[in-house]
Design a protein around this ligand. Sequence first.
Ligand code: G
Ligand code: G
Ligand code: MN
Ligand code: NA
Length: 254
Amino acid sequence: LRLRNDLRLALERGQLALVYQPQVRLADGKMLGVEALLRWQHPELGPISPAEFIPIAETCGLILPIGDWVLRQGLQQLQRWDAAGLGALTVAVNLSAVQFRDLRLAERIGQLLHESGLPAQRLEIELTESCAMINPQGSINTLEGLRQLQIPIAIDDFGTGYSSLSYLKRFKVGRLKIDQSFVRDLHLDPDDRAIVRAIIGLADHLGMRTVAEGVETAEQLAWLREHGCDEAQGYFFSRPLSPEAMQAWALARA
Ligand code: G
Ligand code: G
Ligand code: MN
Ligand code: NA
């Protein structure tokens, strides 16, 4: 209850911030974009994870304003990085199930894009597999609305939910993010290797790209590259960084 009240104030008082983690193309090591990750610096309790406060925001009507703030902030950051000469990066934003079932989602995001003046292709919406499967037919409709606006979509934490392959085909998303639980023990566990190979093969055949999450070692990276994964993200490249640190990282790498 305390957190709920504090969260109400957090937006107004500037306690929310985005950090960014690079997404790197494996073929040539080029940084293509970032994932935006939300942080709450509580004045007394210190940093609170979105895993803890997003569910609270969902139950008290705060997720839509917070979600809009994240989208607007991420797009504004892209404009600042454009001005700093970082090259046309994309920003991937996580969406909660409550945002996703808002019937005006496409309209809201279209409006925020319009305000930013950026093309839709510079944004990517990340939707978890379990969130997409709460109401699969509803998801198909919502995803169609986003597709009409040419907004790229990724299925996040792929492999941990229970999406049937027939729905996956009908969702028509551009990218699958391979959950980090399969990447972690890639070098130890032949089952994980089989699963990741299968996801990459499936994505290839359905015309989707793959992003491996939670890549921490050169061995994982080499295996993923060798097996045709398109992109990767994880501590091997960088932890999530402040906008300033992300900019320095990108410029040093370019
Ligand atoms: O970055 P971190 O490991 O703390 O993220 C924890 C969880 O919070 C992840 O599942 C991530 O997808 C989610 N998350 C991070 N930022 C956002 C956000 O802006 N909106 C939503 N809905 N979830 C987020
Ligand atoms: O659910 P989602 O995939 O959006 O959340 C990503 C989460 O994973 C973030 O909280 C982020 O901080 C975390 N993360 C990113 N890279 C790594 C990594 O290489 N290893 C681990 N253990 N966590 C990571
Ligand atoms: Mn994500
Ligand atoms: Na994920």
